[in-house]
Design a protein around this ligand. Sequence first.
Ligand SMILES: CC(C)(COP(=O)(O)OP(=O)(O)OC[C@H]1O[C@@H](n2cnc3c(N)ncnc32)[C@H](O)[C@@H]1OP(=O)(O)O)[C@@H](O)C(=O)NCCC(=O)NCCS
Length: 182
Amino acid sequence: MDHVVRIVLPEEWPALRQLRLAALQDPAAPVAFLESYEDAAEQPDAFWMQRAFRGAAEDSGVRQFVAEAPDGGLSGSVTVIVEEPGAATPFGGQVQQRQAQVVGVYVRPEYRGGGLIEALLEAALEWSWTLRDVARVRLFVHERNARAEAAYRKAGFARTGVTSPMPGGSSGQEVEMVVERP
Ligand SMILES: CC(C)(COP(=O)(O)OP(=O)(O)OC[C@H]1O[C@@H](n2cnc3c(N)ncnc32)[C@H](O)[C@@H]1OP(=O)(O)O)[C@@H](O)C(=O)NCCC(=O)NCCS
């Protein structure tokens, strides 16, 4: 794989904005992401600066990993959010234990099927296991997003049996998948 997987840099916010807007226009976007393209496209530069800054910061509770293509462009990304006990989750309910959640998973179509998602998820898990008291990493995937679910399964995630209706009026269920600390 000729891509470099690394933590995002704060100054990369314009490229991050471009990658996110491309993700939100993907045919899978309605089942893949909770944010809409219209809302994201209206956000001011400060929003993207803050997102990149938080994703890059050492102790913000968020870590964003990006894949950099040989031409210097960003080819994909995953973000890890640390969930503290008692916090509300986007799918209802409360977080029971300190854990990490993978969100914002995206690889540009021209780079799919090349192992990039495996490298991004590996980086996300590796970082999660450096966190104190994080015993599991979870994510939610739509029941009809078979390609994403297959990629997660290959990375070691397994369904927990917990499901939740897709917020925002889209049809179908979000399925929780988890990897336990090795
Ligand atoms: C999800 C995503 C990151 C996966 O990356 P990818 O490079 O496409 O993943 P892969 O090509 O390695 O596919 C993963 C597995 O799914 C399989 N697969 C491919 N197309 C599939 C399909 N239509 N249905 C079911 N499985 C499929 C692949 O064969 C592969 O398994 P294998 O390596 O054992 O053959 C990428 O497709 C993407 O960005 N999709 C749009 C956004 C999205 O859905 N994000 C996830 C939100 S939860």
